[in-house]
Design a binder for this molecule. Structure first.
Ligand SMILES: *Cc1c(COP(=O)(O)O)cnc(C)c1O
Length: 237
């Protein structure tokens, strides 16, 4: 059995190699450990190993795991679908939301954030699957403009979940689409620079080669989850 810290180091090495292959700087790609279903004890182990960025899918789970507060050096990012009625509870606990996908959610964040502002990624459905959340590519610019104009949000980039497919070209086409949408927003001056939150255990190296700035890795570091992914991406959201 390899230790948690060895597995984190191993993923980091694979990230760095992918950067080298793509002619990118390793410091331009951040590793997020996706800790959904992972117990707080093991999260603390990763923190003790020096890791500071964690991704969680569910508001209730974040509240339960971090009821004693998030350690000061640690950042928790919400990467799962956010219901409007959970915004108030989650804002004090997270540093960013990667799943902003509708105007009503932006409005609720504005209502609940007071003077604070939160980092936000706009989630795009690049695979066209009905089970995935996110705006369609064609709706991206409109929501991005809305987010960029909000003083409650700092638009940091775009986020996507690629197709799960053995055909790597089809997976990459999702990443490429997100990058093109990002480039278009920057070209139009909607933001000076925008990141790309894309790539998971099965596809993070391809995502980096296509421009990812944050990769979200769970299974490769923490092991298989008992909860199937369909619990997070329900059909017909
Ligand atoms: C669970 C999850 C991940 C991590 O998936 P793994 O395959 O376990 O690496 C990344 N992004 C989102 C949005 C997730 O829900």
């Amino acid at each position: 059995m390899t230790s948690l810290s060895q597995r984190i180091e191993d993923v980091r090495r694979r990230i760095d190699s992918a950067c080298v292959r793509a002619g990118r700087r390793p410091e331009d790609v951040e590793l997020m450990l996706v800790s959904k279903t992972v117990e707080r004890e093991r999260i603390d182990e990763a923190i003790a190993a020096g890791h500071t960025l964690f991704g969680e899918n569910r508001v209730q789970e974040i509240v339960a795991k971090f009821s004693d507060g998030v350690p000061p050096q640690v950042r928790v990012h919400l990467i799962g679908h956010l219901q409007t009625n959970k915004v108030k509870a989650v804002l004090p606990l997270v540093d960013a939301v990667h799943s902003v996908d509708r105007t009503s959610l932006v409005e609720e964040i504005e209502k609940r954030s007071g003077d604070a502002s939160i980092d936000a990624y706009l989630q795009v459905n690049t695979s066209g699957e009905s089970s995935k959340f996110g705006v369609s590519p064609g709706e991206t610019r409109r929501l991005a403009e809305r987010m960029a104009a909000s003083s409650s949000l700092r638009l940091r980039g775009l986020m996507t979940i690629a197709l799960f497919d053995a055909d790597e070209e089809r997976v990459r086409s999702c990443f490429r689409l997100l990058r093109e949408l990002r480039d278009d927003l920057v070209e139009r001056g909607i933001a000076d620079s925008l990141g790309l939150s894309m790539g998971m255990s099965s596809d993070f190296e391809a995502a980096i080669e296509e421009g990812a700035t944050v990769v979200r890795v769970g299974t490769t570091v923490f092991g298989r989850r008992d909860t199937p992914d369909s619990a997070y991406w329900p059909p017909n959201p």
